[in-house]
Design a protein around this ligand. Structure first.
Ligand code: AMP
Length: 436
């Protein structure tokens, strides 16, 4: 992505970004000492009204990147204009933030409310998302809202019941655009975009830029400011890969949890059922874990998440629904019990730890069947981790070497023209066994 030469590249102080006093005072209270790179690069342009396309993950400080200018712009709307909007436009919305998950809707709305405390209630922010009663949200939307943070499906429901109108939206934020499209929100997004006025500011955030997102950016953005940042200082997050014997992941996991005395651990598995099974197996070893997945009701999901965030729950077993966006302060460790299917999900999962400059640890447990897939994850994410073993749970060298030798070579796409892959070499097996 090319960058705009007028963009401030070195993280300045918040004072230099053009933010107003109620926001600066709040940032001081929150102990934000310096803007993150994305904040330094994007906030002045966004304040000036430019569209933005940002390549940024959660953890980069992107919520404040759109929330601070949005609050400032809304605060500056004249009282007359606000009154006109309220009376003429009914259930108006001024700033609309679209996000892919319910948890993220709540989290982003909470962040915006927190940044807005010194506006003394003058800016109304609401989160609307599915899985909970619509009535309460309809009531809350009466008379409109300055900022609505929404998941697409529920927002469309509310529009069709006339609880909210989008024709007054002045700023649209698409958060985690790639995630939204991969979750199958394409049709809903198209429907929503058609309801928005043409003249508006659009801010688009996406960790990756697959074709669908690129198409969206072309149609939606007008001479956007382009900013690309790394999610965090990589040195704050340590990644480790432990090889284990087939069938011993649970034992190794329990051992790691018990010996390392982690205050909180987030464990990822690939299926909703696996959450329950793993929790049961850990319980037999004296470890109490809660589960978090898409089949749980919204109330239960919120309770578990709040409990985990507050430290009441030590161990949380989750599917990838927890991999994106969630901001759990000072989460010390993330463990891949199952490897994520997609390499980009690996980055999202491990990004739950080591956020905002905190030290974090990401562990992947690998049995021989994970060999090929973990190599792909490493290659795609341009990382290379040493294969380590856990003391007391060393891999059986003879059996593992045999299993690795018998492993099917990775299939090549048909017609790729490349030679058929050979089975694993002794050198690769030695690397896996940490013997080289
Ligand atoms: P986000 O990428 O928006 O999910 O933010 C990640 C975390 O960084 C959140 O806990 C924010 O409160 C925190 N954060 C955002 N900006 C800053 C900053 N400039 N200084 C310190 N912490 C920040």
């Amino acid at each position: 992505m090319t960058s705009d030469p007028t963009v401030n590249k070195s993280p300045a102080s918040f004072n230099e970004l053009g933010l107003i006093e109620p926001l600066l005072a709040r940032l001081t209270e929150l102990n934000y000492q310096q803007p993150t790179p994305i904040q330094a690069q994007a906030i002045p342009g966004v304040l000036a009204g430019r569209d933005l396309i940002a390549g940024a993950n959660t953890g980069s400080g992107k919520t404040a990147t759109f929330a601070l200018p949005l609050l400032q712009q809304i605060d500056k709307l004249s009282a007359r204009q606000k009154a006109t909007d309220k009376t003429d436009k009914g259930n108006y919305v001024t700033g609309l933030v679209l996000v892919p998950t319910r948890e993220l809707a709540k989290q982003v709305a909470d962040s915006i409310k927190s940044y807005a405390v010194h506006f003394n209630g003058a800016i109304k922010t609401l989160a609307v998302f599915g899985g909970v009663s619509t009535n309460k949200q309809m009531l809350a939307l009466r008379g409109g809202a300055d900022i609505v943070v929404a998941t697409p499906g529920r927002l469309l429901d509310l529009i069709s019941s006339n609880a909210v109108k989008l024709d007054n939206v002045k700023t649209l934020v698409l958060d985690e655009a790639d995630r939204m499209l991969s979750l199958g929100f394409t049709e809903e997004l198209t429907e929503l975009l058609a309801l928005l006025p043409n003249a508006k500011q659009t801010l688009l955030f996406s960790a990756t830029f697959p074709e669908k997102v690129s198409a969206l950016t072309q149609n939606l953005l007008n001479n956007p400011l382009e900013v690309q940042v790394q999610s965090r200082d990589a040195s704050t997050l340590v990644q480790r890969a432990f090889t284990v014997n087939k069938g011993e992941k649970t034992q190794v996991l329990a051992h790691l949890i018990q010996t390392n005395l982690w205050r909180q651990a987030l464990i990822f598995v690939n299926a909703k059922n696996s959450c329950k099974h793993l929790a049961e197996k850990l319980a037999k070893r004296g470890i109490i874990a809660e589960v978090f997945h898409g089949d749980k009701g919204q109330g239960a999901r919120s309770r578990v998440l709040d409990g985990f965030k507050s430290g009441e729950i030590d161990v949380l077993i989750a599917t990838d629904i927890a991999a994106r966006g969630l901001d759990i302060e000072k989460l010390p460790v993330v463990i891949n019990f199952d490897l994520p299917r997609s390499p980009s999900d690996y980055m999202h999962r491990i990004g739950r730890s080591g956020r905002a400059g905190e030290v974090g640890l990401a562990i992947s447990l690998l049995d021989y069947e994970d060999y090929n897939h973990f190599k792909v994850i490493e290659k795609k994410n341009k990382i290379r981790l040493e294969r380590e073993q856990v003391e007391g749970f060393e891999v059986d060298e003879i059996i593992t070497a045999e299993l690795l030798k018998a492993l099917k070579p990775m299939a090549k796409p048909e017609g790729s023209g490349k030679k058929k892959r050979k089975n694993l070499s002794q050198a690769n097996i030695d690397i896996w066994l940490n013997k080289s």
